[in-house]
Design a protein around this ligand. Sequence first.
Ligand code: CP
Ligand code: NVA
Length: 320
Amino acid sequence: VTRHLLSVADLSAVDLEAVLDLAELPEPPPVLRGRGAALVFEHPSARTRNAAELAVVQLGGHPVAIRGEEVGIDRRETAEDVARTLACFHAVVAARVAAHGTLERMAAALDAGGVGVPVLNLLSEREHPTQAVADLLTIRQHLGGLAGRVVAYIGDGNNVCRSLVLAAALAGVAIHVGSPPGYGLSPADLRRAEELGGSVRCHAVAADAVREADVVYTDVWTSMGQDSERGARLSAFRGFSVDGELLDAAPPHALVMHCLPAHRGEEISAEVLESRRSVVWQQAENRMHALRGILLFLLRQGDPAPARGGPAPSDGREER
Ligand code: CP
Ligand code: NVA
């Protein structure tokens, strides 16, 4: 069966460790030689698009980045038809979508057609799995290991937070979340993390969340697609900035992480973002290494199919 990566929890703990190791493989095999990778973006992107394009090139493949409006998911044709079309040409269909359900429909359409092409989530309103893999890679590189470490996530219980909490659960990293009332993770999210073996604590005061932190992590208060809530969010998140004062409550060795883009003066101060504790640029670069590891993992599942040699006719059903 084809493995898709829509949630980071589509990986097991063993899978996740394998992906992290693949991300650091010094000479990655060219599993995409002669093949394409479709990268669809319904929202803007700087890091994810560039990281994914370069990861595909490093694996010998040809990335095709596609703006949402070019294919018009559910406007020009259905999400299912977009997925089936892209899978005619590409070894993987990766997409950043406005609605997570779009990814699920794309994956279901490819499965129903027996197409054998994986769907990869490049961010939805629910999860950002490729980010979480890069985050764990960054933490592992800095702290030498993952199990038993403590990450404090300060701010919105959003897509980045959800994937980080689930990935941390798989890796044995404890998470202390600090969010204002109404903006934390849902009880269902917390249950899911616990089922994966995770240790998650929730705090209503940011300083309480960072006291034992090896890493203090934050993300924007208003995510893509939430612009109409921006005013309300700016006031709700007062007191949840990662600034010098908050870091005074954290252990002195604590690193600072942010998936970017950052809003200096909102969720993080300029001083902290630019400080020596901040590893945000390494974290950004690791998006590319993580994506390479993820693609290697998804494309080498089971018996890796040989690259298609040329323009041979196809009934569209064989494994790629
Ligand atoms: N962190 C991240 O996903 O950045 P982009 O939105 O620029 O891709
Ligand atoms: N939570 C942010 C992450 C951007 C990479 C968003 O969804 O806009």
